[in-house]
Design a binder for this molecule. Structure first.
Ligand code: ARG
Length: 464
């Protein structure tokens, strides 16, 4: 068992069960790079402000770098009695450079140290997620562009509603992921604030230079209130909620791909390399990848609720409860990254059944609104037109026919405003290309949206 920093005040050793219960090393060891990075910056600042000497600082830095290499190579021993990654590194440093290791914690507490480590970790991971989302958006735009002529039924209430371009439907996801990107960028700004120097909660009596530390660690801002700095986990809650919304989008897309690959829809085929079979039913090809993405959404939501509940009602400032922030954070980072990765790989491989989609868009009275629009532009009010087309549908249904399969003569019995051009008017292609209102599904609009997206993606990739 190792000595504890607080041994001076305690007359009994920590019970082994308490050590096990309070230890977080299994989870927070992944922060080691950031812990070393933060400690090195802290050392440099302590030397710069003459709180420690240059020689002491460089000895500490060499020791820290050596410890990082040991951990990287797997030559580092982890032990519950040392609680967390911060104490592990500090204790190992003591063995490595001797007593001066104890100077590293001058003007610092684990409370501001852990806040710093998590912010450094999140900064990297949010950037990774942003990069992955940009690639995801690129794939969507490319598939939309390559399938610009594919027509599918658009749905409301999961009932066929009006024909749309598949590209338009796909570009809806582009918009959703663009908003996710904006949320992660915003979260990055709130994460990018340097808390070190807040010490336990009240700041420090040492003449530290927090701006200097911030500069070394490339933070554009330092936290303004030491109590808030050690008590704040808003940036993690924000990240978990941005991730949850992003998973809602992935889950909705997954749901569609699951439905579309069923024989009831048969709009898409999953590549064999991204599907699995059944152990009993030889004919089965199951959409496990989208199903699992849909399923993993549950844990990402759970992680958000978990942290919200941990933080709710905590008095200021730091409380040990907050150690429980890391497991949900890490799990969400891992899960979201895994989902984006697998989807990016699968998406371009989906086979699109163009004929099936067009057929589904051509049956089921998807041209009813257009027929009403036709009458409304030729003299009826839209409400009258709606009623008139309703009657035509009722008749067509009784005859087991589509609207465009009725004769002109029959149509004229519902309204004398119908003439020969109604049949051209009701083709799916025309219905789509007439929807020229900004943001509508007309081919010209969608091509425009794709062009704009390509331009935006070019800049988004450039600033990475
Ligand atoms: N392992 C702790 C955490 O993750 C580090 C901070 C400990 N601070 C303390 N006062 N015990 O929150």
């Amino acid at each position: 068992m190792h000595k504890k920093p607080w041994d001076g005040r305690f007359s009994e050793k920590t019970d082994i069960s308490v050590e096990r219960f309070t230890s977080s090393i299994d989870i927070d060891k992944r922060l080691y790079v950031y812990d070393v990075q933060g400690s090195i910056a802290h050392c440099k600042m302590l030397a710069e402000t003459s709180i420690i000497s240059e020689e002491e600082s460089s000895l500490l830095i060499q020791g820290l770098a050596k410890i990082q290499r040991e951990i990287e190579r797997g030559n580092f021993e982890f032990d519950d009695s040392l609680e967390d990654i911060h104490m592990h590194i500090e204790t190992r440093l003591l063995q490595e450079v001797g007593k001066i290791a104890q100077k590293l914690h001058t003007a610092r507490s684990r409370n501001d140290q852990v806040a710093l480590d998590v912010r450094l970790y999140m900064r990297d991971e949010i950037k990774n997620i942003i990069t992955d989302l940009i690639s995801m958006k690129s794939s969507i735009v490319e598939i939309a562009k390559n399938n610009i002529d594919v027509i599918m039924p658009g749905y409301t209430h999961l009932q066929r509603a009006q024909p749309v371009l598949l590209a338009h439907h796909l570009m809806a996801y582009y918009e959703m992921f663009s908003r996710d990107l904006a949320r992660f960028n915003e979260c990055l700004k709130h994460t990018n604030v340097m808390p070190l120097g807040s010490a336990a909660l009240a700041g420090t009596t040492f003449p530290i230079d927090r701006d200097y530390t911030a500069k070394l660690l490339d933070f554009p801002a330092v936290s303004a209130n030491s109590i808030d700095a050690v008590a704040d986990r808003d940036f993690i809650m924000e990240f978990l909620s941005a991730a949850s919304i992003c998973m809602v989008h992935f889950s909705r897309m997954s749901e569609e791909h699951i439905l579309w690959s069923s024989s009831e829809f048969n709009f898409i085929g999953l590549p064999d390399s991204f599907a699995t079979g059944s152990s009993i039913m030889p004919q089965k090809k199951n959409p496990d990848v989208p199903e699992l993405v849909r399923g993993k959404t549950g844990r990402v939501f759970g992680n958000l609720i978990s942290l919200l509940t941990i933080m709710k009602s905590l008095p200021l400032s730091y409380n040990r409860d907050m150690q429980e922030d890391k497991q949900p954070l890490f799990d969400t980072v891992d899960t979201l990254k895994a989902c984006i990765y697998i989807y990016r790989k699968m998406l371009p491989k989906l086979e699109i059944n163009k004929e099936k989609m067009l057929k589904a868009a051509s049956f089921g009275y998807l041209n009813a609104t257009d027929m009403a629009d036709y009458l409304a532009t030729r003299g009826l009010t839209f409400r009258e037109a709606h009623t008139c087309v309703g009657e035509a549908i009722s008749y067509a249904l009784s005859m087991n026919k589509e609207l465009h399969e009725l004769s002109l003569e029959k149509l004229k019995s519902f309204s004398s405003l119908f003439s020969e051009d109604i049949f051209d008017f009701l083709t799916t292609k025309q219905m789509i290309d007439r929807r020229m209102s900004f943001g509508g599904t007309a081919t010209a609009n969608v091509m425009d949206a794709i062009k704009k997206a390509e331009k935006r993606l070019y800049y988004e990739k450039k600033v990475l």
